[in-house]
Design a protein around this ligand. Structure first.
Ligand SMILES: NC(=O)c1ccc[n+]([C@@H]2O[C@H](COP(=O)([O-])OP(=O)(O)OC[C@H]3O[C@@H](n4cnc5c(N)ncnc54)[C@H](OP(=O)(O)O)[C@@H]3O)[C@@H](O)[C@H]2O)c1
Length: 262
């Protein structure tokens, strides 16, 4: 019998022939999205700075540091060359590398804005103009930090807030060209980044990483952290023709966390 946690297969081949780029596709949420798009029949190019041992088989990996203008340009040029054009852009690379008062974080503001916001702005500027000829979909991966404004994550929250506002505005500009633009606003998802975050928080403030995981899960109405596949399923739907009337939306995927804050 089907349960709430069993997944209904999405239509196979629904993205056949579509050409997708997924930033930060080497692990975590980005790797799950890349895997899902490949499964749906898309050709997928991914990027990250380091190695990509967990990258899904079939994805073409292009090393690039997307926090820099040159890195984005290199990735955009290489992906365009490899794919012969781009139909789907998933701006997923991002994260937070410091967990302190923003007053102590002078040096981290620029990097945080670069990777969580400007990387998407720059990549879209490089790839979207050609997309105007045939349409496409742009996805931005954001965070419920924009809603909750957690004190030690304000630089990250500010960058993701900028991303969400930009996403909404871009959708209006591109709708006449048949290009849809959406953002997904994520709650706590179990990935290498969330594991690192737990370790850093425990180092800074004490406590136990397992207790922290339990505490985070207890704050989520559905009782568990997200799985990268929860996000990948939603993104697969959003970039597919099944979502053809969805644009300008910011889709919250958080197990009910932000609803419980109201
Ligand atoms: N996990 C969560 O709970 C959560 C919640 C809300 C939102 N999000 C958002 O979801 C997205 C994915 O997060 P995740 O948890 O899957 O993170 P993750 O496990 O750390 O994966 C991040 C990916 O981005 C790449 N990346 C990071 N910095 C980069 C840079 N400067 N240039 C190019 N690639 C870079 C990483 O590869 P390299 O390090 O090798 O470059 C990796 O492939 C992020 O935008 C994050 O803000 C996550």
């Amino acid at each position: 019998m089907a349960t709430e946690n069993s997944r209904t297969p999405a239509p196979s081949g629904e993205l056949a022939g579509r050409r997708a780029v997924v930033t930060g596709g080497s692990r975590g949420i980005g790797a799950a999205i890349a895997r899902e798009l490949l499964d749906a029949g898309a050709h997928v190019v991914i990027s990250a700075r380091g190695e990509a041992p967990d990258a899904p088989p079939g994805a073409v990996f292009v090393p690039a540091d997307l926090s820099t203008r040159d890195g984005v340009r290199h990735f955009a040029d290489t992906a365009r060359e490899l794919l012969g054009g781009v139909d789907i852009i998933v701006n997923n690379a991002g994260g937070c590398r410091s967990f302190q008062s923003v007053l102590e974080l002078e040096n981290d503001w620029q990097y945080t804005m670069d990777i969580n916001f400007l990387a998407a702005v720059r990549l879209n500027a490089a790839l979207v103009p050609a997309m105007r000829e045939h349409g496409g979909v742009v996805v931005h991966v954001s965070s419920i930090a924009t809603v909750a404004a957690y004190p030690n994550l304000l630089h990250y929250a500010a960058a993701k807030s900028a991303l969400e506002t930009y996403s909404k505005g871009l959708s209006a500009e591109l709708a006449p060209d048949g290009i849809r633009v959406v953002s997904v606003c994520l709650g706590n998802v179990e990935t290498p980044a969330s594991k690192t975050a737990r370790t850093r928080i425990v180092e800074l403030h004490g406590g136990d990483a397992d207790d922290l995981t339990g505490q985070w899960a207890a704050e989520i109405p559905l009782g568990r952290l997200g799985d990268p596949r929860d996000i990948a399923d939603a993104v697969r739907f959003l970039v597919s023709p099944r979502a053809s009337w969805i644009t300008g939306s910011n889709i919250v995927i958080d197990g009910g966390k932000t609803a419980s804050l109201c």
